[in-house]
Design a protein around this ligand. Structure first.
Ligand code: CA
Length: 648
């Protein structure tokens, strides 16, 4: 059916819309309606409130104002259409404290939607909230917290879910499951061990990476039922520029979540910890219920044909970052978080679904705010209708300087393929993993004709063995080697972490990896019971020796810049793999690599069960920096290394 209005013919076409004969997915649509202003959303001043909405296929648009999150009484203010399909309404007073939505008429249907640019929302994110963000800043927030130059290869990232952090009954923290737990210091757990932020600080990591903290779907966690057991990782976005309510002490107060997240970030910064935010722009929870679809049907998503949404995300839809206004939305949103919340880094979920130009534009805009801001992502090669040269995945890493990709190569070489639980790797008894492991140790760069990677520079690689996805190392080892003694499993586990923390590239640990975290074998715990997901501080107390070893490895990495070389050229010049027996990888970091005070550093990883003799460069001066207990005998040119262990 067609509706004639203001000389524009709007035609229903599957789920898509065509305006004046221009299809929303065409280049012509973007050039006709692409808007470049930085004022979409609400702008507030003492005597004025302005609303700007991009909705070029709408025939009519209004602002709806409510007094509360659940009031049925509303005041409707019609908006005026300006250039590029932007609708505007300016109210002659300050509407702070009111709730709002937009209503648009698209062809013959009328849709009410939350402003995609809403910076604050009511409970469950069903209405936007008008707020003066400056009033949410904690005391001292204005102080410039930018650090001196911090190469991303110096980062040691600790990936953590807000609820997991504090919800355990013996966490010693008061604000269990809330942002405010990050403001608690001096907390202790079983046997008096340090918990919470003190534990993280003592561990020595540099960055805390938080799983989704933007407002995610009510179907995952209902903010009105927080007294009941609910759990979700939050990879199901609802309001990209607003904070999730379930982590606040009062989800009914739209400013509480904002203030409390800022307090958490301020506290982490005070402890010298930087904060990375996990962002999920590649898909939404439900395309048809999302504001994007209600306001400009079809525009923000990729389609396989006129009716079928692309699904490279395996979550039901893929957003279309290559389109001008989706790209702008992502860039604006990232800039919002970086500026308003002083976020120090972003981790892009399924980054391989985004396009190269969008990622580079994000890098450019973040550099204007603070060049230290880290950008990492999952650069997987995914099935989505975007040209292979445009996908922001590992294959195109050279086109995206200073954007890092998780290195699944080292992850799988260490302990076996993440998606095939029975498969083993270097630490748990698989032969022939040396070359794959060397590629990871060299930071994922193109090191030689046989040791190859995807990265042009080491700052494009995240070295890791465990993340929130898939089995934890412990659970994987239980599948592959569950019949073994616990002492052997512990050795295998520590060998994974030792290799990660002595490899080139950005280091990444999953929270609890330091105490051999288990989720009782649950491979995908995104909505498992809280007790599967929580950081178990009893286990932390029982594994203090293991925590101490991870602390020592982190301290070693921080002490020696040789483990953190900044360029591929440096790695090729200073890292030399030495001859070694089967299932042993030995290498030297030579000639004061990256300005290291040590002349040469020798690292040996023995993946075999038994002791191996490794010939080492002749020197009287070797000192043991890590793994003293793993040495059976050391002479001028040979070292006897115990099974499943690392020495430095
Ligand atoms: Ca929510």
């Amino acid at each position: 059916m067609a509706v004639q209005r203001e000389n524009e013919e709007v035609i229903r076409y599957g789920d898509l819309t065509v305006t004046n004969g221009i299809h929303v997915h065409s280049k012509e649509f973007d050039s006709a309606f692409g808007y470049e202003g930085n004022d979409l959303g609400v702008s507030l001043s003492t005597d004025r409130t302005s609303f700007k909405l991009w909705a070029p296929t709408a025939n009519r648009a209004s602002v709806i104002i409510y007094d509360s999150w659940d009031s049925n009484e509303k005041i409707i203010y019609p908006m005026t259409r300006e250039e590029k399909g932007v609708w505007v309404y300016t109210h002659a007073s300050n509407l702070e404290g009111k709730y709002y939505t937009y209503e648009v008429q698209i062809e013959d249907s009328i849709n009410e939607a939350v402003d995609p640019y809403a910076k604050a929302v009511g409970v469950n994110g069903d209405r936007g909230y008008i707020v003066d963000l400056a009033s949410t800043n904690p005391e001292g927030w204005e102080q410039n917290s930018n650090l001196p130059f911090f190469p991303s290869t110096d980062a040691i990232i600790y990936e953590l879910h807000v609820r997991d952090f504090s919800i355990h009954p013996e966490s010693g923290m008061h604000h269990k499951g809330k942002f405010l737990a990050f403001t608690e210091t001096g907390t202790t757990g079983p046997n008096g061990i340090a918990t919470g932020i003190d534990h993280i600080k003592k561990l020595g990591v540099t960055h805390v990476q938080l799983l989704p903290i933007y407002d995610y779907s009510t179907d995952s966690v209902d903010e009105t039922r927080l007294d009941e057991e609910q759990y979700n990782w939050g990879y199901d976005p609802k309001n990209y520029n607003a904070v999730e309510g379930s982590y606040s002490t009062n989800p009914y107060d739209p400013t509480a979540r904002i203030k409390e997240l800022k307090l958490a970030i301020q506290s982490l910064h005070k402890q010298g910890l930087q904060v990375i935010m996990d962002v999920v722009y590649n898909h939404v929870f439900d395309a048809y219920r999302m504001s994007f679809m209600k306001l400009v049907p079809g525009y923000y998503f990729r389609y396989l044909d006129n009716d079928t949404l692309a699904n490279g995300s395996a979550c039901g839809n893929d957003t279309a970052s290559e389109r001008k206004m989706m790209r702008k939305f992502i860039v604006d949103s990232v800039v919002h978080w970086a500026k308003e919340y002083k976020i120090n880094g972003f981790r892009f979920d399924l980054m391989g679904l985004h396009d190269v130009e969008t990622m580079n534009e994000i890098r450019r805009q973040l550099d204007k705010i603070d060049p230290n801001i880290i950008v990492i992502g999952e650069g997987w090669d995914l099935h989505t209708p975007l040209h292979k040269n445009q996908k922001a995945n590992q294959h195109n890493a050279p086109k995206m300087p200073r954007i890092a990709h998780f290195n699944d190569g080292i992850r799988d070489a260490l302990k076996g393929h993440a998606l095939y639980p029975q498969q083993k790797g270097f630490v748990n008894g698989e032969n022939g993993k040396e070359t794959a492991l060397k590629a990871g140790i060299a930071g994922g760069i193109h090191y030689s004709t046989t040791i190859k990677g995807f990265a042009k520079e080491p700052n494009q690689t995240v070295s890791y063995a465990e993340a929130h996805d898939n089995h934890t190392i412990w659970d994987k080892l239980m599948v592959t080697n569950g019949q073994e003694e616990e002492a052997i499993i512990k050795k295998m586990h520590l060998l994974c972490t030792s290799i990660v923390l002595t490899s080139q590239g950005i280091s990444f640990l999953h929270a609890g990896q330091e105490f051999m975290r288990t989720k009782n074998g649950v491979e995908n715990s995104y909505r498992s019971h809280t007790s599967i997901n929580w950081l178990d501080w009893n286990r932390a107390a029982a594994y203090q020796d293991e925590i101490d070893k991870v602390k020592a490895l982190i301290a070693l990495r921080k002490k020696h810049p040789a483990f953190r070389m900044k360029t591929a050229e440096d790695i090729k010049n200073h890292l030399r793999f030495e001859k070694a027996p089967k299932n042993v990888v030995a290498y030297t970091l030579r000639h004061h690599a990256n300005g290291d005070e040590a002349k040469h550093i020798l690292v040996i990883h023995n993946g075999n069960r038994g002791t191996r003799n490794v010939t080492i460069p002749r020197s009287k001066g070797w000192q043991v920096a890590f793994g003293e207990d793993n040495i059976k005998q050391l002479s001028r040119d040979t070292v006897r290394v115990k099974g499943i262990s690392t020495i430095v």
